[in-house]
Design a protein around this ligand. Structure first.
Ligand SMILES: Nc1ncnc2c1ncn2[C@@H]1O[C@H](COP(=O)(O)OP(=O)(O)O)[C@@H](O)[C@H]1O
Ligand SMILES: [Mg+2]
Length: 260
């Protein structure tokens, strides 16, 4: 039996009197590509913040690749192989796209990231890292902007570079918060397909927040988890979700979550 990539049990997060996440349980297998959807404010990002250790949880358990990660710090969680992106992208703006990919992840570098760039482990390791960086750009279909300064990129392109940075750590589990928000339709579809392929090829787990329900229902995801009011309303294949009246009603109650 394989160990689940991520297992959440009865996770609850309160902000003062507000219960943002209300006793949710789910799991994601290795090699599984899962969508997390739900109306604005239903607790998706808070769930990610709890899993990645940025927020202290109120109660529940988090297990990553068979290890109890409950209460761990973000750097400890990252060392278990879990990496994430944020809804709002943060890049080294005066560096090029490829340089951004070559900077070690935030928790690993010395106070000065430029020094880290100048101090490669060995020429062979350096060359391998460069090859990895270009193949990541290829997956994200942004090789053509490798030498552009990130300050010159569109919002959508910046998001892709951010995903690229996450992929550079060779994660065994990836949490992506609205990875294609602001990316034009056809490109967003191709990137989703590429992420899907990557999930299967590298046997990693991927959990992706997406606010556009129409969009995710048409993607090749293994499963979709639908949240509403801090709880899991349902989970199932895109076809099962499509047929569920509960889900449609949750969205009709908040059309903003469906459009945008
Ligand atoms: N740091 C915080 N402090 C207080 N309330 C928060 C905080 N983060 C999120 N919330 C609240 O928790 C609820 C869930 O927010 P969030 O997880 O960001 O929703 P989503 O990502 O699904 O749009 C919202 O009511 C939001 O206002
Ligand atoms: Mg959010």
């Amino acid at each position: 039996m394989t160990i689940p990539a991520l297992q959440i049990s009865d996770l609850t997060k309160d902000f003062g009197g507000l219960r943002a996440v209300d006793g949710i349980s789910f799991q994601v297998e290795q090699g599984e590509f899962v969508g997390l959807i739900g109306p604005n404010g239903c607790g998706k990002t808070t769930t990610f913040n709890c899993i990645s250790g940025l927020l202290q949880i109120t109660s529940g358990k988090i297990n990553i690749l068979g290890k109890d990660a409950t209460g761990m710090r973000p750097d400890q969680i990252q060392s278990l192989g879990l990496t994430r992106t944020f809804q709002h992208t943060w890049l080294w703006r005066e560096m090029t796209v490829i340089e951004n990919l070559l900077v070690p992840p935030r928790h690993q570098f010395s106070p000065n990231p430029f020094l880290a760039l100048l101090r490669p482990k060995s020429r062979k390791a350096e060359t391998q890292r460069l090859i990895d960086a270009y193949s990541v750009l290829d997956v994200l279909e942004i090789s053509h902007i490798a030498h552009h300064l990130t300050s010159e990129l569109s919002g959508g392109q910046s998001k892709l570079v951010d995903i690229g940075r996450a992929l550079m750590s060779s994660p065994s589990f990836l949490l992506l918060d609205e990875p294609v928000a602001g990316v034009a339709g056809p490109l967003a579809e191709r990137i989703f397909q590429n992420l899907r392929t990557l999930t299967s090829d590298r046997n990693i787990g991927m959990l992706v927040i997406e606010h556009n329900m129409d969009f995710i229902l048409r993607r090749d995801v293994d499963r979709i988890i639908v949240m509403d009011g801090g709880q899991i309303l349902m989970e199932g294949t895109p076809n099962e979700i499509k047929q569920s009246r509960d889900v449609v009603e949750a969205y009709l109650g908040n059309p903003g979550g469906m459009q945008e």
